[in-house]
Design a protein around this ligand. Structure first.
Ligand code: SF4
Length: 211
């Protein structure tokens, strides 16, 4: 029988190999959906001296800052997310060690013309990128999957009506706990409501109970 250490080392090397294939991916560029000058895949390897993360965060797509710094949630939204996860039992210093970051699509989609935010990846981009996500879940076998934002939530939990309907609840499937969260960006007015912040706090209590 293989030891846990052997199995862990095998999963780590499979994850690093998968990340390499994601970083080399140009499916959307080849299909004319993305411009390689501004959009390249983001897939960070796990920290070398840390156990393999058992928490997987799935967002919509990397932002421009994450692409430039090769580090997701590097800005103000990341600070808020670190605050939340600290309530969920993940110390700030372990943010990048205990959480593995992924997204529905792994390339920055660019700005939405004439609007403040980034473009939502098209259904075609989502479909092209989905096999990477499925492979990642099989490789990492996370205990908890944090679904950040409605696109990630609906991709995994179906056509939920709103953030209010699901934040603070959890869904256990295939021994994984799916936890919906809003995006922590200051752009979201949803977070101005005290009742919604209480729902985020409930989600963090659930996270704490799973690890
Ligand atoms: S969004 Fe996904 S499928 Fe498309 S090029 Fe980037 S990594 Fe590849």
């Amino acid at each position: 029988m293989k030891s846990n250490a052997t199995l862990g080392a095998r999963s780590r090397s499979r994850l690093i190999a998968l990340n390499g294939r994601i970083r080399a991916c140009r499916k959307c560029h080849d299909a004319g959906l993305l411009d390689e000058r501004e959009s390249i895949p983001i897939a960070r390897d796990p920290e070398a001296d840390a156990p393999l993360p058992r928490i997987l965060l799935i967002g919509q797509a990397p932002g421009l800052r994450a692409t430039l710094h090769d580090r997701p949630f590097a800005g103000a939204a990341g600070e808020k997310l670190r605050d939340w996860l600290e309530q969920g039992g993940i110390p700030r210093k372990d943010f990048y060690r205990q959480v593995h970051f992924a997204a529905i699509t792994r390339c920055y989609p660019g700005r939405l013309p004439g609007a403040k935010g980034d473009r939502v990846p098209s259904p075609q981009e989502q479909a092209l990128c989905r096999p990477w996500l499925d492979d990642l879940i099989k490789t990492l076998e996370p205990q908890v999957v944090l679904l950040v934002g409605l696109l990630a939530i609906r991709t995994f939990l179906g056509p939920v009506a709103s953030l209010t309907a699901v934040v603070g609840t959890s869904t256990v499937r295939d021994r994984m706990c799916y936890l919906p969260l809003p995006h922590p960006s200051g752009v979201s007015r949803w977070l101005n409501e005290p009742a919604n912040l209480a729902a985020v706090a409930r989600a963090m209590e659930i996270l704490r109970s799973w690890h």
